[in-house]
Design a protein around this ligand. Structure first.
Ligand SMILES: [Zn+2]
Length: 510
């Protein structure tokens, strides 16, 4: 992540005329304003770009072209300008290019009046930045941007500034952005689809997620609508929708308002990102959603396996399979690897053993007292780094004064700024590493403390008569993996060596 900022200075036609009438040098004056701004907010400066030629079009401004390509590459945290119109003016195509470059790279535009954050601004607010466009120009840019967005989508890139729940944005090697799954949110997405296909409605799923204390995408409680939107979102199937929310002008009570209705019949492109939900499962979900009643799930898609995704053969590492039987009481787990010495066992026996193992683990957890290791060395190191950071920030401020007083040349100033900024980055990295270590430790402690009540809760609400998808969702709350062991064939003899090894989740919950 870049930490420093660039200054961009350019004369407008009006400035040239003012200078001809005896006004002082515009660029020097603007540089002073922006340096003051940087100093007051302690923004490290990595470069000062001065456009010598006075072309209005980007094509005629070589320095702007250089800056734009750096912005597209994500080189800068932000760009300081006196007004947004210094970046692009007059030409709608240019404005569109500038807006896209800043928006897709998430680069800030810092002016004395306002800081524009393209990852936070609503689309319109971002587009009307500076209010230097007429309505006509705005419409043209909108059309052009839509065309650019459409071609990016056709190539499977992700153009939103915020990733859907379960994903994070990531930069592609070539141009543009994509998304990749993150945990634990992507696991929650899978759980939602599984629960839906097991016959639960969106409202019931929301209630269930609140019961097991899973934070919602908004950090508030889950509601039916949020679950519904997740179930409809094509990104989870590895697809990129063309305009899910196209703008629609609506005249209501004599007033024109713009709405974004959900467009369900929109085109879908093949995304470059990883799917969280298999395509056929997602399509089946859509089919069921369009019906008004609760889904009757076809047997082939229904989750029948309470240990789905958890149970592995301890001999060969394969996922254990469920052998379906017309009579549920005779269902078995078996290892699908040909020649593997692992022997099958009844599903109900394995499930009982897992619950037993979980109870034993809980008992041991409650019996043992975790040791409290000494972290004073790390804490002292942290304090030391903090005081050095304060020192470096003071030095950064000082360089602004030195260049102002003419003691530093502009080159010397940039040199000092980049040295100090590098040192600050180095200290911050060291600080983050230390903090991570301390956090990880704190998280482990609290996870241990939380693990017991969580496991207790799972054991309390676990109902062996409830839907298998519900049971597996519950177990996945507290278990990472279960290793299955059985090599004896005599089902009725005393030699039955069926056993399971449970790997519980002792990880911090967000
Ligand atoms: Zn095996």
């Amino acid at each position: 992540m870049p930490t420093d900022y660039a200054l961009y200075l350019r004369k407008s036609r009006a400035d040239l005329e003012a200078e001809a009438h005896g006004e002082g040098d515009t660029l020097a004056r603007h540089e002073h304003i922006l340096m003051e701004l940087a100093k007051s907010r302690a923004l490290p400066i990595g470069a000062i770009y001065r456009e010598i030629v006075s072309g209005e079009r980007i094509a005629n401004r070589p320095v702007m072209q250089q800056l734009l390509s750096e912005v597209e590459d994500g080189r800068w945290k932000g760009v300081l300008v006196t007004e947004t119109s210094r970046l692009a003016r007059g030409d709608t195509i240019d404005q569109g290019i500038v807006a896209q470059a800043f928006k897709f790279s998430g680069t800030l535009i810092v002016t004395p009046a306002k800081t524009y954050d393209p990852t936070q601004e609503a689309d319109e607010e971002w587009m009307e930045f500076g209010l230097f466009m007429s309505r006509q120009e705005y419409r043209m840019i909108r059309r052009r941007m839509n065309a650019g967005t459409k071609s990016a989508k056709k190539e499977g890139r992700y153009v939103g500034s915020r990733a859907p729940y379960g994903y994070e944005r990531c930069k592609l090697h070539g141009r543009g952005w994509s998304i990749r799954p993150i945990e634990p949110e992507s696991v929650v997405v899978k759980m939602i689809y599984e629960l839906f296909l097991s016959g639960k409605g969106a409202g019931e799923i929301a209630t269930y997620l609140n019961q097991i204390n899973i934070p919602s995408p908004t950090q508030r409680t889950w509601v039916r609508q949020t679950v519904g939107l997740i179930l409809q979102n094509p990104h989870y199937a590895g697809l990129i929708p063309d305009a899910v929310h196209p703008y629609k002008k609506v005249i209501k009570d004599g007033q024109l308002t713009v709405k974004r209705p959900l467009n369900k019949q929109c085109e879908l492109y093949e995304g470059v990102h990883e799917a969280i939900i298999p395509r056929e499962t997602w399509e089946e979900t859509q089919r069921l959603l369009t019906k008004n009643h609760k889904p009757r799930v076809p047997s082939a898609l229904q989750q029948h396996n309470p240990l789905a995704g958890l149970l592995y053969c301890d001999k060969c590492g394969q996922k254990m399979q469920r052998h379906p039987q017309t009579d549920r009481n005779f269902e078995k787990y078996y290892c699908p690897t040909v020649g593997c010495p692992t022997v099958s066992a009844p599903l109900s026996q394995v499930e009982a053993l897992v619950l037993q193992g979980l109870k034993e683990f809980l008992y041991n957890l409650e019996m043992q007292q975790p040791e409290q290791p000494d972290f004073t060395t790390e804490q002292n190191a942290l304090k030391n780094i903090d005081s050095r950071l304060v020192e470096q920030r003071k030095r950064l401020t000082k360089t602004f004064e030195l260049v102002e007083d003419g003691i530093y040349t502009r080159e010397a100033f940039l040199q000092r700024q980049s040295e100090i900024n590098a040192e600050i980055s180095r200290l911050q990295t060291a600080r983050e590493e230390l903090q991570r270590k301390l956090d990880a430790h704190a998280a482990e402690l609290s996870a241990r403390e939380n693990a017991a009540p969580q496991i207790q809760h799972v054991l309390d609400v676990y109902d062996r008569k409830s839907a298998p998808a519900e049971r597996s969702a519950l177990l996945k709350q507290v278990i990472d993996r279960i290793d299955y062991h059985k090599t004896t064939k005599q089902r009725w003899s005393a030699e039955n060596d069926l056993s399971v090894t449970i790997h519980p989740k002792i990880s911090a919950r967000k």
